[in-house]
Design a protein around this ligand. Sequence first.
Ligand SMILES: [Zn+2]
Length: 244
Amino acid sequence: MEYTVEFHGTLAFFIGSAMMEHIFSRIAPMKDIIEASGVPHTEVGMITSQGVVKDLWYIPEDKSSIHVYPIEPPFNVTIPTLLRPDPFPWIRFIADVNVGKLAKLMRILGFDTAYENGWSDSDIAEKGFKEQRIVLTKDRDLLKRKIISYGRLVRSIKPWDQLAEIVHLFGLENRISPFSRCPLCNITLASVRKEEIIQDLEPLTRIFFNEFKRCPGCKKVYWAGTHHERILEGITALKTGQPL
Ligand SMILES: [Zn+2]
């Protein structure tokens, strides 16, 4: 019993470009073989054996030549595939503690992103599964859990680069809705009349701003301050592919 497995494209991130082809003799489902090589199953977009598309539970046959390809942008989690026959009805996320700043930026862009810094790996996996959320993490082992069907091992270091990575991978460029969600609570903001909150505003804010939103959860009030401009510049750069 012997077969070859060749990894392709960006999967080099996990195993090194010099290690892309392996010879195996182990009898096990592809999920185990792929993950023993260091690649979480969530990163795999397609598996073929002798040119035929296979799923994660395929057990290789003798002398077969297997190819493993990465997920490719724009990766649509609402469309069923052989690897993921139960797609999500929506695009929403859950982030672990290692990408907390990314979670906040995702919310500022309007993407539903669950995040709490006290959550364990099991909490994230279970919540991600129950609420059908894409898991964002820097933890490979978390993504190897069977109940996680959609996830991304975030490669970039800086939060804005991470944001660009996620927006690009999941094809979210046209779904950005800046300042529509509370960065603290992940709740959709509601418009609020200036008269209702004027007593809480600083003098200059009272003079220069007329449109306000409020979080129904934490009651924090938001307006288009200086922070706003920087975020909008960042979004423009992200959409046009300029360096941030
Ligand atoms: Zn809030």
